[in-house]
Design a protein around this ligand. Structure first.
Ligand SMILES: NC(=O)c1ccc[n+]([C@@H]2O[C@H](COP(=O)([O-])OP(=O)(O)OC[C@H]3O[C@@H](n4cnc5c(N)ncnc54)[C@H](O)[C@@H]3O)[C@@H](O)[C@H]2O)c1
Length: 412
């Protein structure tokens, strides 16, 4: 039994606790967080995930578990990683370190995360659930023979959209790293690249050639939305971030030289039933589509009965309505790939190896996200084969992340 310890006990940790109910050979032994730890530990005990205890600091939880997970906000990553490293230096025996997406707010931070993980010689996993979505995995499996005879996917479209994040820190570009492109573009860029990757090749196989991006503040900079954010302590008159992002990346197959393109679209203004993940892949003579809002299950709640719905988000992530015709996804941890990413990480750690996606991969995705911000800022196509550009990206911090988004984002 591998003992899991979660640092952070908020929204995503809750999803992972649900996912662990479908993973064998693990117990959730510890939780450590300023808020939510007691409640998560209680739920884990109720779900039979082990004798889950609450720990006050990172050193204590590292001494008690085999696998430690960074599920805390983006601005807390580096400090937590440093504390894990200290605990290991002081004798904690860790068999695996997991970090949720995004790897970091910028490339400088991502470099530190990846270098520290390497220096510790501890197997690691970058949690990017969308590459593990059973729909994506199965479509790729089913089509692998067709792909071998016809050629690889040449165009991918990926999107993650919802009505806006649940906690104020996500909206603050200085703490989160940006707006929707840093928060959700990292998912769509990663899964878009994977969709183009020939089966049997590593997720970082393709060579990024160039990137263009268009970002804007379309909804949340306008009234009444800007005032609604202010009520939650987020001031988009001073430090706005993008609520819309569209990133196009050109890739090259390093063996055949064949070019392909991915389009990643993300928004925080999806005023629709709830979170939607969309993937489309077009190959020569074949294609596939994934739409997370298509479900065989639905519900209807009349106006007369609406008061009876306590928490619509239990039926669908980021649900925006509590009445009418509602979509029901009964097993979101499985649908979104959380269960599969856990199985992959646990099996890798048991063999002393990195998971399918490691911190180095997370660093590469951060590079693409930073390049997208740079393309938007410079209103130019960024050449990702130019060594000077790659050097510039190493220390680049987007204006939006610096809190200067007002200089480049428009709003009504
Ligand atoms: N894979 C996905 O689809 C997905 C979905 C949601 C969030 N995430 C990622 O997960 C991370 C957490 O997001 P969330 O939605 O759970 O946030 P959240 O705000 O809901 O929860 C954050 C948790 O971390 C704790 N925390 C805050 N500072 C801490 C610190 N210094 N040390 C330890 N714990 C600390 C908080 O008390 C809270 O328990 C983010 O990086 C986010 O990008 C990923």
């Amino acid at each position: 039994m591998l003992k899991i310890g979660m640092i952070g006990a908020g929204f995503v940790a809750g999803f992972h606790e649900r996912a662990l109910c479908s993973v064998r050979g693990v117990e959730l032994s510890g939780v450590c967080a300023p808020e939510g730890a007691e409640a998560l530990a209680k739920r884990s005990l109720k779900d039979g995930l082990g004798n889950t205890k609450v720990y006050d600091d990172v050193a204590d939880i590292c001494n008690a578990v085999d696998v430690v997970c960074i599920f805390a906000p983006n601005y807390a990553r580096l400090e937590i990683m440093r504390n894990i490293a200290k605990a290991v230096e002081n004798g904690a025996e860790i068999k695996g370190i997991i970090c949720e997406k995004p790897m970091a707010r910028n490339l400088q931070e991502a470099d530190v995360m990846a270098r520290m993980a390497k220096a510790l010689h501890i197997p690691n996993a970058y949690f990017e659930n969308q590459l593990h979505m059973p729909c994506v995995v199965e479509a790729r499996n089913q089509l692998s023979a067709v792909e071998k005879s016809m050629g690889a996917v040449h165009l991918s479209r990926s999107a993650e959209e919802h009505g806006g994040p649940h906690e104020p820190w996500f909206w603050d570009p200085t703490r989160q790293g940006g707006g929707v492109c840093c928060d959700m573009g990292c998912h769509s860029i990663a899964v878009g690249m994977y969709t183009l990757t020939p089966s049997g090749k590593a997720p970082d196989y393709l060579t990024p050639v160039s990137i263009t991006a268009n970002m804007a503040l379309l909804k949340w900079g306008k009234e009444p939305w800007i005032s609604k954010l202010k009520e939650r302590g987020v001031d988009y008159t001073q430090t706005p971030a993008e609520d819309y992002s569209n990133v196009t990346i050109e890739f090259k197959d390093p063996e055949s030289g064949i070019r392909s393109i991915s389009q990643a679209t993300n928004s925080w203004m999806y005023d629709a039933p709830g979170l939607r993940l969309l993937m489309e892949a077009f190959g020569p003579g074949y294609s596939y589509t994934v739409n997370s809002l298509e479900s065989p299950a639905g519900m209807f709640i009349s106006d007369a009965a609406a008061a009876a719905v306590a928490d619509s988000e239990l039926a669908l992530e980021k649900a925006q309505a509590t009445r009418g015709a509602l979509i029901l996804q009964p097993n979101e941890p499985d649908l979104y790939g959380y269960v599969t990413e856990w199985r992959d990480a646990i099996s890798a750690f048991e063999q002393g190896k990195d998971a399918m996606l490691n911190f180095e991969y997370g660093r590469m995705i951060t590079m693409l996200v930073m390049a997208a911000y740079m393309a938007h800022e410079k209103k130019a196509t960024i050449d990702l084969t130019d060594s000077e550009v790659l050097q510039e990206l190493e220390s680049y911090v987007p204006l939006i992340q610096q809190g200067k988004g007002a200089e480049i984002l428009f709003s009504g």
